[in-house]
Design a protein. Structure first.
Lengths: 297, 297
DNA sequence: CAATAAGTTCAAAATATTTGAACAATAAAC
DNA sequence: GTTTATTGTTCAAATATTTTGAACTTATTG
């Protein structure tokens, strides 16, 4: 059975709507107006539906025409994405590459990599997203991200996702100068620190329950949108919490944050990257290779 | 820009996969095998991707071919649905129908109607929303709802909205057994009931101030998300308030709520439905006709 | 080893789409 | 009110795309 709708016809409808007339659409698509007229009439005939009515000398979409146009645009976009996904699967250079990076990490490490990549391949579109722990897996399996970098990226058994460790992160329990915990005897106990308000990073995407792995506090937390805000809030003495060491070396040296040892906590965590097994894209391969030997210090 | 992927090509891939060979696919599609070969080669050329490799005399999908096939099927199905939706729209049937129902009503009445509608027209998307009083008019005029059912649906003069009464609602002032108001002399006065906490339904949409008709309390109210929760809270003695009779007949019979008369209040309210005058949709027409003769008892 | 099956090549034929010119209807400019 | 411009349509001719049919190569099966 021949499909009455063609992608080309949807493209014609889209151009007519965006440009306002058959003539303008013809211009946009490098065709003559009668080619547009032919395409529309053929579609109306194949569907057995009226898509345009005359208002003076102008053609205006009917209700059916509007439905076809609006949903047809979704199909056109899906087809463009499919062409891209097919090329990714083929293993050539992907035209678009998406990276999701854990909020805990700063983004500073990725920019030099991208700069170097653009020396090799300047015409690839790269999109960077900030993800919070837990969203990484779903980001990969739903094709929203080609590569995920962060903690919690370790794949669940059975998932078609590859994983590789990149780095270890040192966590430091930090408070503002003058905070009462700086006067306590060290190391601090769990009970001692959980009497204080913790600053946590709120999940900024997809409204998921935050993974409160590091939060021990029994007091209401203060949640902020990013690690940067968290550091700021802790510098201001609004609360306490663990922060990746590489983010606050300068602040510790300047005495704007005080590092305090806490008994029975694991100060080091593993950063990894994950990607879909079926993705053979060359852009992905390049980033995986570079990140495998990148020094995060 | 010409789209490299065509729906016809996706149909060919689909047939090859389902039938197992180019030759069988050709048979299925009433073509000769070289037409299949031509279509596949053209697609590979336009995408610059290899879709099939030879295994003996058989062609087998590559990884890229599988991606194209699987996601291509989604696009084919979406296009078939689009053709159907377009024809429905042409015939006057709306592809999507939105109903907003007042929180006061239970939703039970609408489900049998929708079941019956789906016997007539199974492929229409119907969305049901719960609205609180006052939002109904705006829901219609802003096209968030095609049909609004509830109190407060009566249109303001000059608005292009049609209105029709459906039902009358009897309001009952109800308290929990053992509540101190059950010991007072009847009927109760306004002064008497406003000394107690009222349970109100919080506006679940658009954060509007609730229409506080029948709320007389001088004490802070307890707001809950739905009428169901309100009834539950009143059964537990957390507060008092007016409740539509049809929602609590069983509870009154069981003695889990006590109905008390209150002087100088209007015990009956009108339920109506409203819709935009210019809306000539067949789905709307069907629901209007059914609701006009529906018995809400 | 012969028969059968799968896919490819390629010229010819068929079909689909586009162009160019002429036309009708409508709106804008003078 | 007339002239000019714009929009969309018609239709024969030209062009592009797809399909067919015949012949071929390669691989599998009996």
């Amino acid at each position: 059975m021949k499909y009455p709708i063609t992608l080309d016809a949807l493209e014609v409808l889209d151009a007519i709507d965006r440009k306002g007339s058959f003539a303008a659409a013809a211009n946009e698509l490098f065709r003559v107006p009668s080619a547009i007229s032919y395409t529309v009439q053929k579609l109306e005939q194949d569907l057995n539906v009226v898509l345009f009515r005359k208002e003076g000398r102008k053609a205006v979409l009917t209700q059916a025409g509007k439905v076809l146009l609006e949903q047809g645009r979704d199909i056109l976009e899906a087809t463009e994405r499919l062409a891209i996904a097919t090329k990714k699967a083929h293993g050539g250079w992907e035209p678009v590459f998406n990276i999701a990076i854990d909020s805990i990490l700063s983004f500073d490490f990725i920019y030099p990599l991208i700069a170097r990549f653009y020396e090799v391949m300047p015409d690839i579109e790269i999109n960077i997203y900030e993800e919070v722990l837990g969203g990484a897996q779903e980001a990969i399996t739903s094709n929203r991200a080609d590569l995920v970098i962060g903690t919690g990226a370790e794949p669940m058994p059975g998932q078609a996702v590859k994983y590789q460790q990149i780095q270890r992160i040192e966590w430091i329990f930090a408070v503002a100068p003058g905070h009462e915990l700086t006067k306590a005897s060290l190391p601090l106990s769990r009970q001692q620190i959980e009497q204080h308000r913790f600053i946590v990073v709120r999940d900024s995407s997809r409204n998921q329950a935050p993974r409160s792995q590091r939060v021990f506090s029994k007091r209401p937390v203060l949640s902020v949108p990013s690690v940067t805000e968290k550091i700021q809030a802790q510098c201001l003495g609004l609360g306490v919490g663990f922060i990746p060491a590489h983010r606050i070396r300068d602040l510790l040296e300047q005495g704007r944050l005080i590092a305090l040892p806490v008994e029975n906590t694991a100060p080091v965590e593993i950063i990894g990257m994950a990607w879909k097994t079926t993705n053979n894209g060359k852009v992905l391969g390049w980033f995986i290779e570079q990140l495998s030997r990148h020094d995060f210090a």
